[in-house]
Design a protein around this ligand. Structure first.
Ligand code: AMP
Length: 124
């Protein structure tokens, strides 16, 4: 069920619980700004979710309210994870779904990082 990205941040969303360690996840990367873990339902050979540590509902919320430090830290973390996984030369895809048309289901900003195979058309 897609979420309404204009609603206030919900502290009980599943990724908030993952950040607090209340729901288990396998840590792929973590720093001051970001946490990364495998998607539970992978759509490619490599499918990583990268989330900011801060409380942001969506890309819209993050781009409007996050500090310059948070934005820089998060973007650098995503790039670092891709490099660490050897994805730059073969290539990879980033995706951030927003709201109903985007098909966003979890109301905490997450960037999907897909790689490890040719990814086909951008939109099916
Ligand atoms: P989106 O549709 O962009 O909101 O994507 C939500 C993603 O979260 C989906 O790809 C789910 O497979 C993934 N997901 C949901 N719950 C978990 C979980 N507990 N651990 C890892 N990934 C999850």
């Amino acid at each position: 069920m897609p979420i309404d990205p204009t609603l206030p941040y919900d502290d009980d969303n599943i990724f908030a619980k993952i950040l607090r360690g209340e729901i288990p996840s396998t840590r792929i990367y973590e720093d001051e700004w970001a946490y990364a873990f495998p998607d539970i339902n992978p759509q490619a050979k490599l499918h990583i979710l990268v989330i900011p540590k801060g409380k942001y509902v969506s890309w819209d919320d993050f781009s409007a309210r996050a500090s310059v430090e948070e934005i820089a830290g998060f973007v650098r973390a995503v790039g670092h994870i891709a490099r660490e996984h050897g994805l730059v030369e073969p290539g990879y895809r980033l995706l951030a779904n927003v709201g109903a048309h985007g098909g966003q289901e979890v109301p905490h900003l997450h960037v999907h990082l897909f790689g490890g195979q040719p990814l086909g058309r951008m939109i099916a």
